[in-house]
Design a protein around this ligand. Structure first.
Ligand code: UD1
Length: 430
């Protein structure tokens, strides 16, 4: 198994190209199942999760061709995927695949909408909480799907096809919003989703569906109005930049000090996190197609934050913020309100010398003068990158084990950081 070795203490200086967003690329790829025509997606990041979903989609009969990068092309424009689901040959998404990545459960909506039948394993993904799927099923039932759970599988049928409905989600769920939005695109009549997730990745999927011929009102708000169509067309769409990757490198720069430009990042998708970074003492400037983060030597101020659905502070940046706060001048408080078990990074950060107390959903972080390098273990995607941030500031050498978690969501992480001066390398298992 690969490991990452980091020697801390270097400032970050330079430009980091931000990749396409994993959390948009995945549902956009799934949207290809809604049409027999070709969906072309540009700026798709090269990540383990994307490659796994490509295998799952191929299993259903989706044809995928990948363009190479054009010579002279921009370094942060990722791959171009051409996806064509002329025939769906298999309506089953098996346990072996869905258990490895939760987002693959979102094939359920498109399969029922297009084929009237689906058998999809209950999902897996990062072990950060119980992560039920009741909201997904509530929404799809409202659209007319008959659903049974049998031996770990969701069995869904819509013998008369799906129809529009008004769905009020009792809780904001990104995945349930995607699943219902995708299904509603092929349902008869209008679907209204109330209390929909407002994450930019949901907006990106809605924008793509509009290009495929669906009329959608309220994009970017918590009420989506979707006019379903019998048949959708192909489209060309560019995946939006990854706000979590951008936020991660912004926090890494605030932690190490230095001056980094995040090329391609969109500040308005990240305003709560950028405000937090400003409050702790880094300078953040935003332009149309970049964010610049500068910190010159001054100490970090403590902060109190709780995670919230968009536009609040993202749970996907909670672990990274905690790594940053381990060296603040005072005590910070972070409350995790989205996932009950998303603190697995705490004990690993403690191995580097962090002083963190956990009480239920709240972590209290007392800033320490210095962290010391040590061997640590990556436990989930965002937790593992928080260890990278901590290691970049620690004295001496840190080795991070189980970095396959990082490869699920961060494209060329070591390369991007080492180009900005970090002492970081991948130790490949022989
Ligand atoms: C997505 C993101 C993930 C992010 C999360 C919250 C992708 C691929 N993943 O995950 O990176 O951390 O949004 O921003 O985009 N819930 C229910 N019932 C359901 C569904 C969810 O109770 O049917 C709960 C979950 O347990 C959790 C909360 O709702 O407590 C939010 O989960 P949700 O927004 O659905 O997260 P995901 O879509 O899994």
């Amino acid at each position: 198994m690969d490991r990452i070795r980091i020697v801390g203490g270097r400032k970050l200086e330079g430009t980091i190209p931000i990749s396409g967003a994993k959390n948009a690329a995945l549902p956009l790829m799934i949207a290809s199942m809604l049409t027999a025509d070709r969906l072309t997606l540009k700026n798709v990041p090269n990540l383990a999760d994307v490659n796994l979903l490509a295998r799952i989609l191929r299993n259903h009969g989706v044809d995928l061709a990948v363009d190479g990068k054009r010579p002279g092309g921009s370094a942060h424009l990722g791959e171009t995927f051409h996806l064509t689901a002329r025939d769906i040959v298999d309506t089953t998404a098996p346990y072996e695949m869905v258990s490895r990545m939760r987002a693959s459960f979102w094939v359920l909506g498109p399969l029922i909408a297009r084929m009237g039948v689906a058998k999809v394993s209950l999902p897996g993904g990062c072990a950060i909480g119980t992560r039920p799927v009741d909201l997904h099923l509530q929404g799809l039932k409202a659209l007319g799907a008959e659903i049974d759970i049998d031996r770990g599988y969701v069995l869904a049928r819509a013998p008369k096809g799906l129809h529009g409905a008004r769905i009020i989600f009792p809780k904001v769920s990104v995945g349930a919003t995607h699943n219902v939005l995708l299904a509603a695109a092929l349902a008869k009549g209008e679907t209204v989703i109330e209390n929909a997730a407002r994450e930019p990745e949901v907006g990106d999927v809605a924008d793509c569906l509009v290009k495929m011929g669906v009329r959608i009102g309220g994009i970017g708000t918590s009420t989506l109005r979707i006019q379903g169509r019998d048949r959708l067309e192909g489209a060309v769409h560019t995946v939006l930049p990854d706000r979590i990757e951008a936020g991660t490198f912004a926090m890494a720069t605030a932690a190490t000090g230095g001056d980094v430009t995040l090329a391609g990042a969109r500040g308005h998708d990240l305003s709560t996190a950028l405000d937090a970074i400003r409050r702790v003492g880094a300078e953040v400037t935003e332009s149309d197609d970049a964010i610049r983060v500068v910190r010159n030597g001054a100490g970090l101020e403590p902060i109190s934050i709780e995670t919230q659905p968009f536009p609040g502070f993202p749970t996907d940046l909670q672990a990274q913020l905690m790594a940053l706060m381990t060296r603040a001048r005072g005590t910070s408080v972070i409350r995790e309100t989205i996932f009950e078990n998303r603190f697995m990074h705490v004990q690993e950060l403690a191995r580097l010398g962090a002083d963190i107390q956990l009480h239920g959903d709240t972590a209290t972080i007392k800033g320490v003068k210095a962290l010391q390098g040590a061997p640590v273990m990556a436990t989930d995607l965002r937790a593992s990158v928080s260890l990278v941030i901590a290691a970049l500031t620690a004295e001496g050498e840190t080795t991070i084990n189980r970095v396959y978690h990082l490869d699920r969501g961060f494209e060329r992480l070591e390369e991007k950081l080492s180009r900005c001066g970090a002492d970081i390398e991948r130790l490949t298992a022989s």
